[in-house]
Structure formats: C-alpha cells, structure tokens
Design a protein around this ligand. Structure first.
Ligand SMILES: Nc1ncnc2c1ncn2[C@@H]1O[C@H](COP(=O)(O)OP(=O)(O)OP(=O)(O)O)[C@@H](O)[C@H]1O
Ligand SMILES: CCCCCCCCCCCCC/C=C/[C@@H](O)[C@H](CO)NC(C)=O
Ligand SMILES: [Ca+2]
Length: 553
C-alpha cells in the first residue's frame, strides 16, 4: 500500500448514510468508516478504501437532487437538501477499480459534507491534485476503422469510450477512416500533431500498424532523419498511442494491458500511462519495407494470413479456418536465417519470468543499450566486432517467427514467445524446422497450454537484435522479380522435394503484424523504445489487491 504522505485535507464526511474519516494527500484519497460503537460488531467491520490520486478519473459536484438519504427501511431515497445554487454539499469521485483478468472499471463514490464551503474545498483540492499530473492527455486525435473485427469500432467508441473521455475532461478530434492507409497518410502529411497529446487507434493490429507507420515516418521527417536508411538511428515518437481494441486479434492491446476491453484501455489512456515499446524495422536490399511490433512470421503464419485475407468477410473466424487449412497443407520452406544474438542483456526466451508492469529486464536492458549506443558513437570499430558475431542457420522450416513481444492474445493467452519483453531492445527468433504433422500440432497446441512450446527438438529460439532471412532460391537482387519470372523453374525444383503434392510453393510470405510483405528476403533490426503506448504492461495480481478494493481493518 502506498504511504499517504502529508495530509492536505482530513474531514468527517458521509458516504451513503455512514460517517467516514476522509483524507487526501498528494498520493492517496482514503475513506475509513467511523466505528460508532466501541462494541465489536462482527457483521459491520470497519472498512477502509484507498484510491491512488493518479487513478482518480475526475471529481464532480453533485446536483442537489442526486443526494440520497437512507429511509428507515434501509432503502435509499433522493432528497433535496437546501434551495439555492451555491449550496451543493456533495461531490462524487470517479476512480479506477480493478476487476478480475486485468480489467479496469470506472467506479464512483459520493461524499456528503456538512456544509457547502467544505464540499467546495474538497472538490478544489482534488482538482488541484489532478491538474498537477502532467502525464495525462488533454487533447487526443482518434482514428476509428469502421471495418475492423466485427465492424463494431464506431459503436464501441461512441458507447463505451467517448463518455469516459468526456467525464475525464479529455477533448478529442475523431476521424473515421475512409479507406486503408487513410490514418497512416493523414498522420504523415496532414495531422496537426502539435495540437495533440496522443493518438488513439480504434481497431485491430492492422490499424495500429497504420498509426505507427504514420507517426514514426512523420517524427523522422520532422526531425531531419531519413526513415528509409537502414543504418540511421531513428528518433522516438513523442506522442503516445492508445489502443481501443476492436479488431480480430488485438494482440498488441492484449500483450500490453492484459485484456482486450475498450473500457480498460480508455482508462489507461485517461490516467496517462506510458509503456515504451520496441519496433522492428524491416528492409529489403536497403529499401525500407515496414515496421513490426508484434509478429513477423514466415511459413505457417504468413500462409495463414495470406489465406485469411481472402476470407475477410468472415470476420475474426477467418484466422481459425485458415489456421486449420494451413496446418493440413503442411508446407515447409527452405532458406537461411542469419542473426546477431543479443549479448550482455538480462533474460532469455526460456525464462519462467514474464514481462510485467515496471519490468526490471526492460529497464536494465534499455539502460545497457543506450550506454552501448554511446560507446558505438565514440568507437566505430566496435561495429565491426558485432559483424563477427553473426550466426547462420540453413534448413527447411515450417515456420520462422520473430516475436518482439509475447504476442499473447485470446487465442493464445501466453503468446508465441511467453518470456519476450516489450521494451528490452530484442526480438525472439523462433525457428520451427520441418517435422511431422503430428509434431507440428504438438508445438501449436502448446501455445494454448502450460507446456513449453520450445521444448521440442525441431524448435529453437534465440533472443536477437537483428536478423536476415534469404529464401533458398533467392539468388537475384530482387526475390520478387524472381517470384514473378521464374515460377516454372522454382516449382519443378520444389516438386522434387514434395513428391506427394507436386505443387508446393517455394516461397511463403512474411506476416508483418497482420500485413503481408512484398518481399521474402528481409533484414530486420530492433529499434529500442521507438514508440510509447498509453499502457503500463500487464500488472501482477498482487499490485491490484492493495489498492481500491475495500480493505478490512
Ligand atoms: N475505412 C477502411 N476501409 C477499409 N479498410 C480499412 C479502413 N481503415 C483501415 N483499413 C484497413 O483495414 C485493415 C484491418 O484493420 P484492423 O487491423 O483494424 O482489423 P482486423 O484485421 O479485423 O484486426 P486484427 O489486425 O487485430 O486481426 C488494416 O490493414 C487497415 O489498413
Ligand atoms: C491447430 C491448433 C492451433 C492452435 C494454435 C494457437 C496459436 C495461436 C497463436 C496466435 C498468435 C498470433 C500472433 C499475432 C499476430 C498478429 O500480428 C496478427 C495480426 O492481428 N494476427 C494474426 C493471426 O496473424
Ligand atoms: Ca522486445
């Protein structure tokens, strides 16, 4: 429990019809029921509630007609206490209440004061404390994809999120996208970003991807950095991004908040949370392709995405159908993966510990990386040192996945790489070699159980800072050209390896956070802490048992 610190106010106020000692410090609002009788009463224990000031949404003065008094029979009736405008004697505090499974709700408590002046002092003091919190957004730019998930984005925003923003005094400029890439292009060129404290994305992972592409691009251009240049250090985005989940997978929201719930996300935005995140930049022959924050998947996940895009009309169920289809198809792909292992960092992909709110691994590695970057600037020779550390693995793979965070989602609550970190400057490279259908099923099913999906002899996982992939048949500059021109030759080669089907493709596609990449040969670098979300990482249950829930004293 947070220590209350110096008290700013301490009064006896009434909550419903009971007397409470209510206190306010810079960090806590506490209300503790007064014990009227010294005799121990087993059914009426003294109750103390505490709310961190940082989790108060707002305070409002109550209209007289909203003040309630208890009838003799125990029920409540609304009363009019006094005539006149300036004698409001009650105020309501709206605050974050934690519910099971990482959900947050907006709870409220009404305090009745003995006189209007006292009520005013309380309201003013709480408002002063709230306005001293500089991390809370006041103006937000909101993009809604009306076609995400089950096409409920607009309804979700209007019914669940907008009323909370209004109660918290957050102003918004809302834009419903008119076509794909609308939000990205608007952010790149038109949006007056100086007017806003953050950007809100109402949609799924694909929509989030549009937002980061627009914001990262704009930040580089405004800061004079060439976003296409693979070797240039990218500038971190100053605006935070909030995700209101309304898509099909919503894995970025799930892995950073712990649940896909629009109200919870709205509350994390209102209280001004901040979660830094790694972003992978993906290049082909030094040409920038895309950014990725969650999954870069070749083979199984690339094929699932390609197949599911044709079934968009089905909504979220498309992934299940395509998943089963691609599992049965059982295609493997040949190629070489080269990677630069992450050295001198805390944590491995096989750790039992998870990335959680205030993660020490992320903090330690972030510090380590920035010190290393400074050393690189002073001593360019060390760059060539890392050249010597490259490792290469060649083979036939059912899946090559890079998970820059756990990629937890409702389908797989522990995710593709359960021990991956949100902001440790690394990505977990998972290689699933060619194996039987039965073994691959074992691996897939372990994503949904407690068993370790990496503890199989055809699976390996490496924590890396950078990796490259080259498909086996990619010899020319552009494998895309090769794909277009050389289909016949490639297919005849592959069919020797697949005698049963005779038509297996030589190439898969990369699934980059739910978007298909146009090239198969890619060079991927982790850009540490490039963006920040209105989130705090997944909280440990012990953290939220302390605050807000009533604590019997
Ligand atoms: N107005 C629009 N019309 C059509 N497509 C749009 C529009 N706005 C955005 N898009 C595109 O829709 C695609 C899918 O959106 P989104 O990611 O929000 O939902 P989803 O695919 O259902 O969810 P998930 O990515 O979590 O699986 C994105 O690639 C985005 O670029
Ligand atoms: C045959 C049984 C199969 C069970 C397999 C369960 C494994 C589920 C793992 C899902 C991981 C999803 C990672 C998220 C990727 C997103 O970037 C992307 C866009 O939303 N979603 C998908 C499905 O590609
Ligand atoms: Ca990471």
């Amino acid at each position: 429990m947070e220590r209350p610190g110096r008290l700013l106010l301490l009064s006896e106020l009434r909550v419903r019809n009971s007397a409470y000692d209510v206190s306010l410090s810079r960090s806590l609002l506490t209300w503790k029921r007064r014990i009227s009788s010294p005799v121990y009463h087993p059914f009426r224990p003294s109750v103390c509630h505490s709310v961190s000031v940082s989790e108060i949404i707002s305070v409002r003065e109550e209209e007289e007609e909203n003040i309630c008094k208890r009838r003799d029979d125990g029920s409540w009736k609304k009363i009019k206490e006094r005539e006149g405008k300036d004698c409001r004697q009650a105020f309501t505090v709206l605050y974050v209440e934690r519910c099971p499974q990482h959900r947050w709700r907006c709870a409220e408590v009404t305090f009745t004061c003995s006189e209007a002046a006292l009520c005013q002092r309380w309201v003013n003091s709480i408002r002063e404390q709230l306005s001293a919190i500089t991390s809370r957004p006041k103006q937000l730019l909101v993009y809604i994809n009306p076609y995400s998930g089950k096409r409920q984005g607009k309804r979700i925003y209007e019914q669940k999120v907008a009323p909370l923003f209004a109660q918290a005094g957050v102003s918004t400029h809302v834009i419903a996208t008119e076509h794909a890439d609308y939000a990205r292009d608007h952010l790149r060129t038109e949006a007056e970003l100086k007017k806003f404290d953050g950007v809100v994305c109402v949609g799924g992972d694909g929509m989030f991807s549009e937002i980061i592409h627009g914001l990262i691009w704009r930040t580089q251009i405004d800061g004079g950095v060439d976003p296409n240049c693979a070797d240039e250090a990218l500038l971190p985005c100053s605006l935070r991004i909030g995700i209101i989940p309304a898509g099909s997978t919503d894995c970025i929201c799930f892995a950073t908040v712990g649940t896909n719930d629009p109200v919870t996300s709205a509350l994390h935005i209102i209280v001004g949370d901040s979660q830094p995140m790694d972003v992978c930049s993906v290049h082909h022959n030094n040409i920038f392709l895309r950014y990725s924050v969650s999954l870069l998947g070749y083979g199984f996940y690339g094929d699932v995405l390609t197949d599911s895009e044709r079934k968009r009309w089905m909504g979220p169920a498309r992934y299940d159908l395509s998943g089963v289809k691609m599992f049965l198809t059982h295609h493997y792909y040949e190629g070489a993966v080269s990677y630069l292992p992450a050295r001198g960092i805390m944590g491995t992909p096989r750790d039992a510990a998870r990335c959680r709110s205030g993660c020490v691994v992320c903090q330690h590695n972030g510090k380590q990386l920035s010190e290393k970057a400074e050393r690189y600037e002073m001593d360019e020779a060390s760059e060539s040192e890392s050249e010597g550390e490259w490792r290469t693995i060649r083979g036939k793979f059912l899946a090559i996945n890079a998970a820059s965070m756990s990629c937890a989602c409702p389908r797989s609550p522990k995710g593709l790489s359960p021990a991956a970190h949100l902001s440790d400057g690394t990505t977990d490279l998972i290689l699933v070699r060619k194996c039987s259908r039965f073994d691959f099923l074992r691996h897939l099913l372990r994503h949904t159980s407690k068993d370790d999906q990496f503890d199989l002899n055809f699976v390996e996982v490496h924590r890396v800072r950078r990796f490259c992939f080259t498909p086996r048949h990619c010899q020319s500059d552009s494998d895309l050209d090769l794909r277009e021109n050389g289909k016949h030759q490639i297919f005849s080669q592959i069919c020797r390896d697949h005698p049963a089907c005779g038509c297996a493709p030589a190439y898969s596609s990369w699934n980059c956070d739910g978007e298909i990449l146009t090239h198969t040969a890619i060079d991927v670098r982790v850009q540490s802490n490039l963006i920040r979300l209105f989130a705090r990482g997944i909280e440990e249950p012990t953290v939220f048992e302390d605050l807000t829930s009533p604590c019997a004293i």
